[in-house]
Design a protein around this ligand. Structure first.
Ligand code: FAQ
Length: 319
């Protein structure tokens, strides 16, 4: 039986209007949004770690300033997304607890190590690049706070993507050693970047419902293909090779064909067995413990003055 609120929800969806936090919504819609937005927020703050690893070793003051700003941007994206999730009636404390205890996920990509400086460029080009392709359609997602967050986040990520590309471009045109380092980084980040789009459509558990609810506008495989098509000419300009012998233009489809993705590796990373899973969560929980005094101070201020300090939201900014 359809209730009145459900039919209003359906009418808003059919009219391509936004669902706002004040609107009644099916519990499953709320739950799937909390899952996705939380996973996205967690990815942003865990994503600070691989790049943060190079802050003290950036090769010049200019590169260091750019990287510092990028890592801080990721923290901002995380906070923005936690705030979007909070509008669905869940607290940031609960979400962080779910991350720390493994009940919620973060993107598989951040379980890979950054072994050289070129990895920072490869993350900007490929990881931010994949994130943008995946997230631009989310600016039209049916849930208002998430869609609006995506507009701002994609703008910043476009900048991140360009600085990564420019950094790799410089290395690729540098000494032989720098070129080799850039190629090695692309070799290691290419396949994990394709995995960021999620499992193949045939095994994607949430896609059909999320599409009906207009959270997802394109399937995982469609967006993955879009990303491949964008990257091939960009790699040619860099003068670097994408590590896939099966990559070739297909006249019939008007797209690049690409090789088999190692889904066993993706599953292993999701199950906690990627190269850096344990290290990432340990670092995150340690940072959370280190930030306890900040949360205590904010709570004491609130108790004394009856209001939240201007720095409300300090929780979760630690890394
Ligand atoms: N990693 O049924 P589907 C960034 C899970 S931010 C881990 O297809 P869905 C910024 C999925 O949760 C990058 N798990 O799922 C940055 C589900 O698990 P469950 C983050 C994954 O939700 C850049 C199961 O597999 N961006 O990069 C992944 O419909 C540089 C079945 O999958 C977003 O999160 C994965 N890659 O589609 C920061 C974008 N893929 O619940 C620092 C928003 C799938 O069955 C440096 N999210 N799973 O246990 C989305 O668009 C969607 O959630 C998808 C997955 C497309 C990721």
């Amino acid at each position: 039986m359809t209730t009145i609120s459900e039919s209003r929800f359906d009418a808003l969806l059919a009219a391509d209007e936004r669902i706002e936090p004040r609107d009644e919504m099916p519990e499953a819609y709320r739950a799937t949004l909390i899952r996705q937005i939380a996973q996205h927020a967690h990815s942003e703050i865990i994503g600070m770690q691989p790049e943060g690893n190079w802050l003290t070793r950036a090769p010049s003051l200019r590169r260091k300033a750019i990287l510092l700003a990028k890592v801080q941007d990721e923290a901002g994206h995380g906070l923005y997304l936690y705030a979007a999730a909070e509008t669905l009636g869940v607290s940031r404390t609960e979400l962080l607890d779910a991350l720390h205890t493994g009940r919620q996920r973060y993107s598989s990509i951040f379980n890979y190590p950054t072994l050289t400086w070129a990895d920072v460029g490869a993350i900007g080009w490929l990881v931010d690049g994949a994130a943008i392709v995946n997230q631009i359609p989310l600016t039209r997602c049916s849930f208002g706070p998430y869609a609006r967050a995506m507009v701002r986040i994609c703008q910043e990520e476009s900048f991140h993507q360009r600085q990564g590309y420019e950094s790799l471009h410089t290395l690729a045109r540098g000494t032989e050693g720098q070129r080799a380092m850039a190629q090695d980084a692309v070799d290691r980040w290419w396949w994990p970047s394709l995995m960021m789009f999620g499992p193949p459509d045939a095994t994607s558990t949430h896609s059909s419902r999320s599409t009906e609810w207009k959270i997802k506008r394109h399937s995982n495989d469609e967006l993955r293909q879009r990303f491949v098509d964008l990257c091939v000419p960009q790699a040619e300009i860099l003068g670097l090779t994408l590590p896939d012998a099966d990559l070739r233009w297909n006249e019939q489809t008007g797209h690049y064909d690409y090789g088999e993705i190692d889904w066993a590796e993706f599953k292993a990373v999701l199950d906690g067995d990627g190269p850096c899973n344990r290290q990432r969560i340990e670092r995150r929980t340690q940072a959370h413990r280190d930030g306890q005094w900040v949360r205590d101070a904010a709570a004491a201020y609130q108790a004394k003055h009856g209001q939240t300090p201007a720095a409300r939201g300090t929780e979760g900014t630690d890394r």
